[in-house]
Write a protein that binds this ligand. Structure first.
Ligand code: NI
Length: 254
């Protein structure tokens, strides 16, 4: 079944129909979903969702845009969330120089702290990196040696993708791959082996064509699968099977 490695069902855009929508997942072929925390509140809500739905697991971590909310006290609260059941990863963490919400020093500090936390807990990491290719790679080379995880919503070159797959990381591919102008990501998908790719939505954001601009959900993943299968010249079923296997491996889900 389809494995969505990155979703935000805690987002208020789902307030009206969250239960109904999540109830329809299994019959639409969605087998497992990782709900990823971005803010402190998002982390708390991700844990609650994982405790409510058998097919949802949680990732807990603070997105670079929200690192201004981190201090000794909130970080110690964050660490406690990992005692909850079904918390399977540290994420999403990283650098975002596009929105540039916090200073680069603050972003780097908490990125490194959370990488260290993942190592302590022996958990995979979910990396968010936007317009920060060089700094992300530098920090990863120094502080993520031996860690496993996913480079989420990959937006860099195929050379950069090779760097990360060599380090043992998976590349997260979502709705963007269906966009006509996504030449770079299509190249990445063509270049790297299927056993290094995982599927993701980042919903409610980044809905694939033909639903681009609308609210995204895991139910749109068949469009992403179709495009990956087309690029690689393989069957859609093979994409579903291999990416599910990859995701279960990285998150240690049986
Ligand atoms: Ni995300």
């Amino acid at each position: 079944m389809i494995f969505d490695t990155h979703a935000h069902y805690d987002d208020e855009q789902f307030n009206e129909d969250r239960e109904e929508l999540l109830a329809s997942m299994r019959e639409c072929g969605i087998g497992t979903i990782i709900n990823v925390g971005a803010s402190l509140r998002g982390c708390r809500d991700s844990v609650t969702l994982a405790q409510t739905y058998p097919f949802i697991y949680a990732a807990v971590g603070v997105h670079p845009d929200h690192t201004g909310d981190l201090n000794e006290e909130s970080f110690s609260w964050l660490k406690k969330q990992f005692y909850e059941e079904k918390v399977v990863a540290v994420g999403e963490i990283g650098l975002d120089y596009y929105w540039d919400n916090e200073s680069h020093d603050i972003q780097k500090k908490w990125f490194i702290e959370q990488l260290n936390l993942a190592r302590e807990l022996n958990l995979p990491v979910i990396i968010h990196s936007r317009e920060a290719a060089a700094d992300t790679l530098e920090i990863m080379k120094k502080h993520a040696k031996g860690l496993r995880g996913i480079i989420h919503c990959f937006s860099y070159s195929k050379e950069m993708a090779r760097e990360y797959t060599k380090m043992g990381f998976y590349i997260g591919v979502g709705g963007v791959v269906t966009f006509k102008n996504a030449k770079k990501l299509k190249e990445v998908v063509e270049d790297i082996p299927l056993d290094k790719i995982v599927l993701e939505t980042d919903c409610p954001y980044l809905a694939p064509t033909p639903n681009r601009g609308k609210r995204n959900s895991s139910l749109n993943l068949p469009y992403v699968i179709e495009e990956i299968a087309r690029i690689k010249g393989i069957r859609e079923e093979a994409v579903i099977e291999q990416t599910e296997k990859n995701a279960k491996e990285v998150y240690c889900i049986k």
